[in-house]
Design a protein around this ligand. Sequence first.
Ligand code: 4AZ
Length: 411
Amino acid sequence: MKLLEPWKLALIVLAVVLFLALVIGLLVYFLLFDEMYFYSGTFTVTNVQYNPSMEKKTSKEFKDLSTKVETLMTRTFQASILNKKYIKSHVVHLNPDARGVAVEVVLMFHFSSNDNREALWERVNSILRRRLQTNTGYLEIDPSTFKLAGMKMENGVNLLNNSCGLRISKLNSFTDRISGGMSAQDGEWPWQTSLQLSGIHRCGATLISDTWLVTAAHCFRGQKNPREWTASFGTVVRPPKMRRFIRNIIVHEKYSDNNADHDYDVAVVQLSAPIEFTNDIRMVCLPEAFYVFPHNTTCFVTGWGALSFDGPSINNLQQAEVKIIDTNICNREEVYNGLITPGMVCAGYLEGKVDACQGDSGGPLVTADRRGIWYLVGIVSWGDECAKRNKPGVYTRVTYYRDWIAAKTGI
Ligand code: 4AZ
């Protein structure tokens, strides 16, 4: 046997050492970068009058002013040296003020954990102060009322977790285009739940609080015993991020297993114990009963259902972009010929190709508002097979059953 020449040996050792150094360097870099920083900013907007409905976060008045404030924050930081560090801002309170409306907004950044806290606060503070001193266009802000406070990470995380419809996706991958969909990433659809009968995925469901899910009534056809069901959370069915037993299943009183008309296809499910929210598991927002999602609204449907009719369920959560279809169009003779009732909403494409399918039933159809907050529009209910031309997906219309959901769950 011939030994390696010493210079070859040295070269190999050098290469290995360099490779290890590179790996360790990259690890340290990414681990240090993984810290979220929260700040609470307060100031008075003087050209908007306080309206008592601003107490309610789902009111038009709250949303309108919050959108303007959050847009201002986002534009300010995107045009600053912190543009790569800024994540998002979120208005948490609008309070009455003698001169207008007092706004409290939480700002989120990704900073390296070895950055100097004081210096970061100083930087965020001076960028905002400078911006508020110049004319902001649509909002008049009294710069002398501006205050910025650092928030404990724990308080910031709690605030995020206890707000509905927010998600912390690393990058907003709007390349999103089930049948015709693509795999979801961790934390992208944190409200998505898998309902399992004797440990086998049967239906999707949606987390609307730390103890309640909404799903489709038809999921429980002939199987209404809560003890046989479990719920799992996370983007893969196996292994799940978290699991819960089911305490109670409440199917709509007017739903009938024998009816072929699919009306009242809604149920709420109570978990055995509250879920602890994380970046990957949290609740969606429910729209108010009177809200109307216009047709053509871009929505996403998610689930572990079949990729084609009669295909198997799959382990990785899938997502597909679909558009709300006007009920008049969906009721046309060549589409569903009058079968769509006021408690249903169609979504998908008349040309087919992208759709929910078997096993997606009970799962969410969601849309984001202008603030990037996600709302539950529909519950996967039925359709003529999957992704066929002129046969879009039909969903239970959540606004139509909003009061029923509130009566059963208090949410
Ligand atoms: C089903 O059988 C099913 N294309 C669910 C959704 C759709 C069709 C069928 C919508 O559970």
